[in-house]
Write a protein that binds this ligand. Sequence first.
Ligand SMILES: Cc1cc2nc3c(=O)[nH]c(=O)nc-3n(C[C@H](O)[C@H](O)[C@H](O)COP(=O)(O)OP(=O)(O)OC[C@H]3O[C@@H](n4cnc5c(N)ncnc54)[C@H](O)[C@@H]3O)c2cc1C
Length: 410
Amino acid sequence: MGAGPSGLFCAINSFQKGKRILILEKKNSPGHKLLISGSGQCNITHAGEISDFLEHYGDHGRFLRPALLGFTNCDLISFFARSGLGMVQEKGGKVFPESMQSRDVLNVLTAQCRELGIEIKCGQAARSISRIEDGVLVSCTGGRYRSRLLVIATGGCSYPATGSSGDGYGFARILGHSISDIGPALSPVIIKDYPFSDLAGLSFSDLKLSLYRQIKIKEHRGDILFTHDGLSGPGILDLSRYIRAGDLIKISFIPEEKREELEKWLVEKSQNDGGKKLTTALAGMPLSLPTGLQLSIRLTKRLLQISGIALDLQLSQLTREKRNRLIDNLTGLSLVVSDVCGFNAAMCTRGGVLTAEVDPKTMQSRLVQGLYLVGEVLDIDGDTGGYNLQAAFSTGMLAARSIKSTFKPS
Ligand SMILES: Cc1cc2nc3c(=O)[nH]c(=O)nc-3n(C[C@H](O)[C@H](O)[C@H](O)COP(=O)(O)OP(=O)(O)OC[C@H]3O[C@@H](n4cnc5c(N)ncnc54)[C@H](O)[C@@H]3O)c2cc1C
C-alpha cells in the first residue's frame, strides 16, 4: 500500500513468478513526494561511509542498522546504474541522479514495475483494513482486496498534498501497533519577536546551535539561514526533530571558547583605537581573530541593537556592561521558538510506528504475521542529505528479501 519509493522498491524486489503483487496508490499517479524531493532534483542518498549513516537518524539509527548495512548507498547507486541512470556526487557528499531530475528516478521504478507485471492501481485510497482468517482485507475507494501479505508503505504526514497524510498510522493502529508522538521534522522554525526579518536570506556556515528546555537538551553544528520569520538551513532542519514551541535556541556566531580572546581584543582595541566606531571595528575583525567568522555589517549592527548599544558608539565609550552584553549575544544569542513550521513545510515526519514492534532484520511486524512496514511510516527520520530516501529504499529492500524467503510461490 503506497507507491512511494519504499513501496515501489519493495514490490520490485519481492517479485516472484507465480505471485501477484498489487500496489494501491491513493493519488492519481505514483511517487508524488519523490518527484518534489531535493527540489525536483532528488538527493537520493549520501556518499559517506554507510557505518556513518546511523548517526543521521536521531535516536533511531540502531533500528536501521540491518537495513542500511544490508542495502547500502553503494548498492542503491549500482541498482540505478544497472537501469541506465548514473549518479553524481556534490561537494559535501549529497548524491543525485546525473540528470538532476527526480522524474528519472521515478521512471526507473515504474518501468521495472511494468516489466515485472506489478500492477499499480492509482486513485485507490485505502480506507480501512481488517484481519481475516488467512491475511488481511483492505477496503479502498474502488474495491476490496484480500491478501496473505500486506506492506504498509504510506509514508508520513509531511506535504500532505502528495498523498502522504498519515493514513498508515491509523491502519497500523487498527492492526494493534502503537504510534509514537508525530510531529514535523526537517522543518524551519518560527521565532518569537524575531529580530532578523529584514535580514532574510543571510546564511552562515557551521554555527553551533544549543537547544534548551529548562536544561540544555541538544547541541548541533550546521549551516543556518535567516528567513522572514525565523530560522532554516540544514543546521536547524536537522535539529528540528528535537525542537518544540517554547524552546530556547542559542546561536553562537562566535564559539564560546573564544570569549576571553574576544574580550581581550575589544579591551585592547578600545585602548588603542578608542575613536573608532565599534560597528566598524567589529565588521573589520580579521578572521584570524576570535570570531572565525567575518561578521557582516548588517548582522553586526543588528546584534549591537539587540545588545542595546548605539550604532555610533565609539570603542572608548564601550563600558564593561555593554561589552559583556555584546559578547553574550555574539557567543550565544538567545531566541525563543514560537513554533516549528507545520507539515506543509516539513520535509519529514518524526514519530511513527514504534520500531520496537517491528523486526529490524525483516521489517515484519512483531504483532501481525504477514504485515510489513517500510519507509517513513516507521518511527524514523533522517537528516537532510539523502538519508530519508536511503532509509526508504533500504527498508523496502529488507522487507522484500524477507517476503521472498518467507512467502514462496506454492
Ligand atoms: C519537499 C520535500 C523534499 C524532500 N527531499 C528529499 C531529498 O532530497 N532526499 C531525501 O532523502 N529525502 C527527501 N525528502 C523525504 C523523502 O521524500 C521521504 O522520506 C520519502 O519519500 C519517504 O518515502 P516513503 O515511500 O516512505 O513514503 P512517500 O514517498 O510519502 O510515499 C507514500 C505513498 O503512499 C500513498 N498513500 C498514502 N496513504 C495512502 C492510502 N490510504 N492508500 C493508498 N496509498 C496511500 C501516498 O499517496 C504516497 O504515494 C523530501 C521530502 C519533501 C516533502
